[in-house]
Design a protein around this ligand. Sequence first.
Ligand code: ATP
Ligand code: MG
Length: 209
Amino acid sequence: MSDSPSETATLSEEERRHKARTAKHKKVVDARIAAAKIDKGLVLVLTGNGKGKSSSAFGMVARTLGYGRKAAVFQFIKGKEDVGERAFLSRQEGVTWENCGEGFTWETQNRARDIAAARAGWEKARAALADPDISLVVLDELTYLVTYRYLELDEILPAIRGRPPMQHVVITGRAAHEELLELADTVSAIRDEKHAFRAGVRAQVGIDL
Ligand code: ATP
Ligand code: MG
């Protein structure tokens, strides 16, 4: 949109320079947007030690449901307490939410039971990864199953690679294995700069739970 000559004349030198800079920037961004024409099912890995991995994944569940599409969530490591997203999102139409963990190993101290829960959860996730009606599959805290060798990458990778072409998959958890990073289209590693927990603040409703 071009301004009228009188309007341009009233701009200060600084405003004119700012306008020129932003117009140039917009041209570059618009060209990049125009060049991206591919639609495909994506694999996203949200990893790193910082806070914001699972909550981001659940945000994408909300986005998916907002379009009337279906999502399936598999929480592989169930903490002591449930999260608010489950209470809210699992009431919505189009979402299935499975808690398929027994908790962290150092709490349960029963590896055999943890493995059995992980495998049972994985079988359900595998079914979702074969269902073209499901637009988004969240494999929350899946990375720990690989780290603790509850599940082999040889089982996980083919199921993700062989999913319906338009289905998106979000994997969360710290220390994502190299092969998961390679498989992913989008990887975000969230850095832990500061966390209130280290200042003695316990998990807060709506923020951590
Ligand atoms: P969130 O679910 O809040 O998005 P997350 O999935 O990135 O967090 P997890 O490693 O799964 O992080 O840990 C979940 C819980 O631990 C949350 O209550 C979160 O606030 C807390 N947490 C995350 N990162 C840290 C950290 N660096 N130090 C302490 N607590 C953390
Ligand atoms: Mg998490």
